[in-house]
Design a binder for this molecule. Sequence first.
Ligand SMILES: C[S@@+](CC[C@H](N)C(=O)[O-])C[C@H]1O[C@@H](n2cnc3c(N)ncnc32)[C@H](O)[C@@H]1O
Length: 255
Amino acid sequence: MVKKNAQFIKLLTAIILTTICLFFPIAIQPAIATETASSTAIYQQRTIHNPDGIGKFYMGREIAKVMGYEGAGWLERPSRGLEERSTRLVNNLDLKPTDIVADIGAGTGYFSFRIAPLIPQGKVLAVDVQPEMLNFIESNKQEKNIANVEPVLASFDNPNLPENSINLALMVDAYHEFAYPREMMQGIVKALKPEGRVVSVEYRGENPLIPIKGLHKMTQKQVKKEMAAVGLVWKETKDFLPLQHLMVFEKQTPI
Ligand SMILES: C[S@@+](CC[C@H](N)C(=O)[O-])C[C@H]1O[C@@H](n2cnc3c(N)ncnc32)[C@H](O)[C@@H]1O
């Protein structure tokens, strides 16, 4: 009887062990799958992160918090032109009078209103996600009596621009804040005309002495990597600005 019981326990143990061996991999499969999916996903969310960021990472970089419309005064500060050589920036965009320019993350329209007179037969689409910024642009437009600036409300993952409609997408001090950089850039690339260009102007991440928060700067290497991910080809970097690098990208021409 004791022998029979021992045999039964052995058999039961074998069945339990076999069951565990067969089903354990299945049980952990979703966990492995989730882990793999999250590490290869476009974005990663981390709980420990820079307080200036949103805890969301893209291609090794943490995305910065959006600068609220309360910061409009800083964007329009009188010293800005001299500090950042803004006139030099717009004069080096190689614009044609008929160009359609999308100023993505336009803020108060600081650059939109400086570009508009250079493209008298064209227009600037001043794109932003904050309606308050667009209201600012609208009232500035009336005040300055500049007709060829059109405010466009974007969503966080879509610039809301028609396909094949723009010659240039300019992003000054804005791209590092895009919560969905991949989707935004895909929308921008679609909106570019075949010979269209993207110009990225970011504070130099390579220079720790530039007095701007880390997440609000970008290195050239990082910008190139992120633009290449949406099929944009780096053409040149113009290094004539005191604090930022101006990088020019082109749409890949189909062979
Ligand atoms: C630091 S401000 C720069 C404004 C302007 N380019 C300038 O240099 O004066 C960044 C702007 O980008 C806008 N922004 C952030 N995410 C955006 C998105 N996904 N699409 C469009 N604009 C966005 C913000 O609302 C903010 O007005």
